[in-house]
Design a protein around this ligand. Structure first.
Ligand code: SAH
Length: 350
């Protein structure tokens, strides 16, 4: 019999399962606390449960976790990159960034990605599979345990397209912000999408308080199509409409991510077009100097071009920041650590 993934069950579902097993519902609360607050990965560590119950649990459930196999720490800013192995042998990566206002973790939502953005390392091998809710939560739990410090912010901006793993993602947000678990405020959770319009609209209707970040990266359909295949499916107009709808439904300000690629989308005209597109949206623009990957020949815009781009937006009263490059000395950009691990392994096999 296949064992149920207990860490993906909400507290109400766990209560139901435990009462079906003939036990009291308060036991479910104790177990949930072990898994989601005390962050243990072994039934034997649940010291306030009877031996019989622990045996019963082991026969019904498994505790899914992620296993750290490599941790890189930046000498520049203390950013840590974690490479985790999953139970089926796949590897994923997550990042811990330490800011003055707290610790932020960037997690992956899929093994690989099928969206095909041209500048992104995560998509090169395609999509392997979705991550379960427990695998998404465990990235945060293991990092919090290893770092010995509370995680206060979570961004779903690692490998994968969260809107392509919608149900597991929504469950993840609800459990992460549950008062019986880590209780991370939804306002401190951000999800980034390349723009799957129907899912963005569905997300708006969930009435969560999370921040939606849209990977915009270009100001015309033509340019966006050249960088992001998903733009062939949904036009800029449709994507921006979905952003407005998200704001209407949730009152949450939208973040637009704009990766600056040298000579591709960083001209004066691009800045002007961007201003036209976003000036009526309650938003924040995050400029990301593209992180060049060796498989593509995109280059970063030079510092002056980046500053000019930012100043143009600021002059029009648009909230804009340049994303600080955290952990520049380690494999910092999306998917690069996983990719370099895969390349190293492939070499070993030759
Ligand atoms: N699938 C989601 C989350 C992915 S990554 C999405 O597309 O939004 C988070 C952000 O980093 C996205 O805006 C993505 O386009 C951007 N990104 C990916 N690779 C990058 C690179 N090499 N340089 C700069 N930005 C990159």
């Amino acid at each position: 019999m296949e064992l149920t993934d207990i860490k993906s069950l909400s507290i109400d579902e766990l209560k139901e399962q435990i009462s079906l097993m003939g036990d009291k519902a308060f036991r479910a609360k104790q177990i949930y606390d072990w898994l989601h607050v005390k962050l243990v990965d072994d039934f034997d560590e649940m010291t306030n449960l009877s031996k019989e119950l622990k045996e019963q649990l082991k026969n019904t459930f498994q505790i899914v976790t992620v296993n750290p196999i490599e941790v890189q720490t930046s000498k520049l800013d203390g950013t840590q990159k974690y490479l985790f192995q999953l139970q089926d042998g796949n590897v994923i990566e997550s990042v811990l960034m330490k800011y003055k206002h707290g610790n932020s973790v960037c997690i992956s939502s899929q093994v690989g990605c099928k969206m095909g953005c041209r500048f992104c390392a995560s998509t090169i091998g395609g999509l392997e599979r979705n991550l379960t809710t427990s695998e998404m939560l465990s990235q945060i739990y293991v990092i919090q345990r290893m770092a010995g410090e509370r995680v206060s912010n979570v961004v779903v901006m690692g490998t994968g397209e969260p809107m392509d793993n919608y149900d597991n993602f929504i469950r993840f947000v609800k459990m992460l912000s549950d008062e019986n678990g880590l209780n991370i405020s939804q306002r401190n959770i951000t999800v980034s999408t390349c723009g799957l319009v129907p899912r963005m609209r569905q997300l708006a209707e969930e009435k969560l308080q999370i921040t939606l970040a849209l990977s915009l990266h270009a100001t015309t359909d033509e340019k966006r199509k050249a960088l992001m295949p998903i733009a062939n499916k949904y036009s800029l107009e449709e994507v921006l409409d979905a952003c407005n709808y998200y704001f209407e439904q949730t009152g949450r300000r939208i973040t637009f991510e704009y990766s600056l690629v040298g000579g591709v989308n960083d001209t004066k005209e691009d800045a002007e077009e961007l201003i036209k597109l976003v000036k009526h949206v309650n938003c924040h623009v995050n400029l990301i100097p593209v992180n060049p990957i060796k498989e593509r020949d995109y280059v970063q815009s030079n510092k002056k071009v980046i500053d000019n781009f930012k100043n143009k937006l600021e002059k029009c009263q648009i909230n804009v920041t340049i994303r600080r490059e955290m952990g520049r000395d380690i494999d910092g950009a999306c998917g690069q650590l996983r990719k370099s691990y895969q390349d190293r392994n492939a070499e070993r096999k030759l």
